[in-house]
Design a protein around this ligand. Structure first.
Ligand code: NAD
Length: 498
């Protein structure tokens, strides 16, 4: 058996060096396989990566202003093709409005880093506070080649959120978007090809797991956005190749609603931040804890609001809830709901996946839930709102902190001060006060992922740019260097310090 396995491994390796893995692409609205493509062979991929690395020195030699000007030209080419990109993204994801906002978000990322990056990574000289004979200067040395691996839930935005600051830092960038949503790659690459200086150092490669693995083995730093399970594999692969890995992983974000909260605000936020993008967002609220004093009216109002939300089927331009982008995710959500119901939960609305080839789920409010249920402890990634009562703020905080994730959270209270006092006690990297899931739109402040939700420097705030440099210190000696004689043992008996 072992010999047979190793023969299979050799055959697979040989096959991959000629032609890469074959990947089938489904349409999320019809559920049908629409086309298939081959990932690159390992030698093709190696050549591509070598080419990017070779071009990086020229890119790095440009000033930050030149790099900004080149990215501005690309932004223009991207916008010229927006119709085509939106069409491809809407076929990838089965939704139209969010596809449109992804295209705008990418240009917003260029705007933000174009404004911020020139004032960061400045090589200022500083005198030592304790040893005045020395002064220091930092040199910011960009990594040569940054690898980006992204998921299917926001296919374009999650490629460029890390790529743009890395490019501005002077790195070459190789991106492997999710194999589930590859249609937008062709028009995106056309926009890049229209700017030759950029095309030398930026490439989007359709591919799957094997392409991702080879990427990690070949780059100098990897930015990975995806599940905890894959994140672990990427982290281990990166560690064995001695490169840093910045991991942005899953979450199971809680929302706490206190007795003093405004009911309209609280139910609006609970509905929006659980169901936006069909709940397929890392920072989605996934469980709601409500003070028992307002639990009944909260649930009644939430159900009223949830019941009128329609799927965007059969017309993509109607309704609010898109299909599951990755069909198998519907099975995960269905299994979590069934597990909860088997343990005593009650579904008040939604709850049944509607199969039109593609799969849709209306906003699903569930009560009588507790932490024995996977729905409350694992990431759901669907439009599901489990609501659980609490009797004291201490209980609410304990429930919010009970779990392996620590991505983000929300607190809704009568005042921002009350909300903040609770938010400070939650173990997560981004806390929305009197709202939910604000890290989807606010990227200016640094934040870390707590627990299993991620690893490495912040994607947001100045660190989102600075993490693409290695710091080199240039230490200036303004006085006489020490001689070896200063280390003679006899100096001690003579009362001289070394
Ligand atoms: P996934 O982990 O299945 O796949 C992510 C990417 O990894 C894909 O491009 C895939 O091809 C690639 N990949 C798979 N195996 C690999 C390997 N062994 N080595 C290298 N690359 C490999 O994730 P997904 O299902 O596409 O995305 C959903 C997940 O992403 C959810 O858990 C969600 O919470 C998370 N997410 C996190 C953030 C964040 O910022 N924290 C943002 C969006 C999504």
């Amino acid at each position: 058996m072992a010999a047979q396995d190793s023969v299979m491994t050799v055959l697979k390796t040989l096959q991959n060096s000629v032609i890469g893995e074959r990947i089938e692409v489904h349409n999320p609205r019809s559920g049908r396989i629409e086309f298939a493509f081959h990932a690159p062979s390992s030698s093709e991929l190696a050549a591509r990566l070598t080419g990017l690395r070779a071009a990086q020195a020229r890119w790095r030699a440009r000033s930050i202003d030149e790099r900004i000007e080149i990215l501005r030209r690309w932004q223009h080419e991207w916008m010229i093709r927006q119709g085509e990109i939106i069409r491809a993204l809407s076929e990838d994801t089965g939704r139209f409005l969010i596809a449109t906002s992804e295209v705008t978000a990418v240009t917003g990322i260029v705007d933000r880093w174009a404004a911020l990056s020139p004032s960061l990574a400045l090589e200022e000289e500083a005198r030592s506070a304790t040893m005045p004979q020395f002064s220091y200067r930092s040199q910011f040395v960009p990594y040569e080649l940054v690898g980006i691996i992204s998921p299917w839930n926001l296919p374009a935005m999650l490629c460029f959120i890390d790529a743009i600051p890395a490019l501005l830092a002077g790195c070459a960038v190789f991106i492997k978007p999710s194999e589930v949503t590859p249609r937008f790659i062709a028009p995106a690459m056309a926009s890049i090809a229209a700017v030759p200086e950029l095309a030398e150092v930026l490439y989007l490669q359709p591919g799957g797991r094997q392409t991702g693995e080879q990427l990690v083995e070949s780059v100098d730093v990897v930015c990975f956005t995806g599940s905890v399970a894959t994140g672990r594999l990427v982290a281990a692969n990166a560690a064995s190749h001695f490169i840093p890995a910045f991991l942005e992983l899953g979450g199971n974000d809680p929302l706490i609603v206190t007795a003093s909260a405004d009911l309209e605000r609280a139910t609006d936020v609970a509905l929006r931040s659980t169901c936006l993008a069909t709940g397929q967002a890392c920072q989605s609220i996934e469980r709601v804890y409500v003070d028992r004093k307002i639990f009944e009216p909260f649930v009644a109002r939430l159900v009223e609001k949830a019941k009128v939300i329609e799927p965007n089927w059969p017309d993509i331009h109607q309704g609010t809830i898109g299909p599951f982008i990755f069909g198998k995710q519907a099975d995960v959500v269905t299994a979590q709901i069934a597990d909860a119901v088997a343990k005593g939960a009650r579904v008040l609305c939604g709850g049944q996946v509607e199969d039109h080839g593609g799969k849709w789920l209306r906003p699903t409010v569930i009560v009588d839930v507790d932490h024995r249920m996977a729905l409350m402890t694992e990431e759901t990634f669907g439009p599901v709102i489990p609501v659980m009562p609490f009797d004291s703020v201490d209980d609410a905080v304990a429930l919010a902190n009970d779990g392996v994730y620590g991505l983000s959270a929300g607190v809704i209270a009568g005042t921002l001060e009350e909300a903040e006092a609770i938010g400070r006690r939650i173990d997560a990297g981004g806390i929305s006060l009197n709202d939910g899931a604000l890290t989807a739109v606010c990227h200016e402040m640094e934040k870390h992922s707590f627990k299993l939700s991620g690893l490495g420097g912040s994607r947001m705030g100045p660190a989102g740019y600075l993490r693409f440099f290695r710091r080199k210190v240039l230490i200036r000696q303004h006085s006489q260097p020490a001689t070896l004689a200063s280390a003679a043992e006899s100096n001690l008996s003579k009362g001289k310090s070394p």
